[in-house]
Design a binder for this molecule. Sequence first.
Ligand code: FES
Length: 217
Amino acid sequence: MDLPTLKPFFEDKPELLQEILDRYPPNGRRSALMPLMWEVQRAERHIGEARLHEIAEIVGVTVTEAKGVMSFYSTFHEHPVGRFHLQVCRTLSCKLAGGDELYRALVEETGLVSGETDAEGTFSLQNVECLGSCGTGPVLQVNDTYHERVTRTRLAELFAEMRAGREPVPTRERGGDNVSADKAERVDAPDGTSVDAPDGTSVDAPDGTSDEEGGVA
Ligand code: FES
């Protein structure tokens, strides 16, 4: 099989390669498979055939074995994804919280269906199984960031950021995504001053109610 002629990805990254290989004992080099795949994907937004051959050779597995690992995880892509890769959870808890409606809103917004990337390479859309954040559905993952309890309003905000070329700011769980990280870092003390909230706590709205519930209606 003829493969495209590409400079090997790790040729000019010997230190990075060594650092990854050194995480594992000499007889466990195959464990470096996924970290190496991740480095390639992070740089090229997919793992092409030539890169997979290179990585398989480095760690001493067959290309078939490497492909088997790659195809098992939806996080690895055989073809380039968009600058903003949108993964929407389709598993039960998110479905009950509005996951199907979220997916339909994404289809409307992007003109894509699951598995597609737009011609400009800006957006790609993918239905995925449980993202492990079942209590804060519906969940949308944009590149490496989770956005939870996504409402239609929040979705519009996310797209405004992305269309401006910015990565949407990660937000906190509970009240979800509807409370910005900046806001969530401070709470009002009883005497009217502001104090830092302990990590992971949430913020009540000024009227004492919690923030908007998630779901794309
Ligand atoms: S069901 Fe959606 S994150 Fe688990």
